[in-house]
Design a protein around this ligand. Sequence first.
Ligand code: KIV
Ligand code: NA
Length: 264
Amino acid sequence: MKKVTISTLLKMKQQSERISVITAYDASFAKLFDEQGIDVMLIGDSLGMVLMGEDSTLPVTVEQMAYHTKSVKKGAQRAFVIADMPFMSYATKEQAYANAATLMAAGAEMVKMEGGSWLCDSIAGLVERGVPVCGHLGLTPQSVHKLGGFKVQGREQSAADDMLAQAQELEQAGIQMLVLECIPTELGQRISAALSIPVIGIGAGPGTDGQVLVMHDMLGISANYMPKFSKNYLAETGDIRKAVSQYIDEVRSGSFPSEQHSFN
Ligand code: KIV
Ligand code: NA
C-alpha cells in the first residue's frame, strides 16, 4: 500500500491511468474508501448540502472544513487528501494564506479553490509557500447565485474558449490539479488534453483524467436531488464496499461516465 502523492497522480496522467476520486467527510467512510483503493478523497464543501442540509455550499465555514478534514485524514492512509476552501475564505490573498494554513494543519495535502484568472496571484503565493492547489472551473457552486442556478457551463463557443484559457492561466500560476464540473464532454476532453496536470471531472464527460462523485450521490442517499451526472452504485450492488469498488473499477476502465451521465 503505497501512499498516493501528487507525483503519483501526475504519473497516472502521463500513463493515461484514470484517477478515482470521491468526497469524504468522516473517518469511518474514509477508511472504507481507502481500503477499496480510492486514489483521492476530497473533503468537499458539498458537506454543507449533504451533511448540513443547506440548499447551497455558501454557509460552510473554515472551522467546519477543518473539523471534517481532521476526521477524514485519520481514516485515509493511502489516498491523497484535498480540502475545499469554503465560500469567501480566499477573497483576498491574505485570507487565502491564513485559511489554507488552517486546512493544511488539519491534514489536507492540497486545497481547492473555485475560480479563474482572479485567483492566479493567490495560487502563485500559496504554491511558493508550499501549499499545493487544485483549481475548479465550470459550474462553481459557490457562485450559484451569480450563475442563476446549478447549470451546465461552457456550452457556447466563446464560453468554452474562455474556460480553456482560464484553465491554462491557472496551470501557469501553479495549480497541480483541476476539477471541471458540469461542462460538455467535448470541452472536458479539450481542457484535459491541453493541460499537463491531472484534470478530474464531475459531469464533464469521459474524456478527463479522472472522475469525482459526491459519496452521498453515488450511494443514492442524498437529501438533495440526484444530479444527472451521478450514478447510484449502492442500488446496483446492494453493499457499500462493493458500490465503492465498482465505482473505482468503472472509473479505471473508462465505463463511467457513459453518455447518459454526460452533457453534449
Ligand atoms: O464540494 C464538493 O464535493 C466538490 C466536488 C463536487 C468536486 O467540490
Ligand atoms: Na466543493
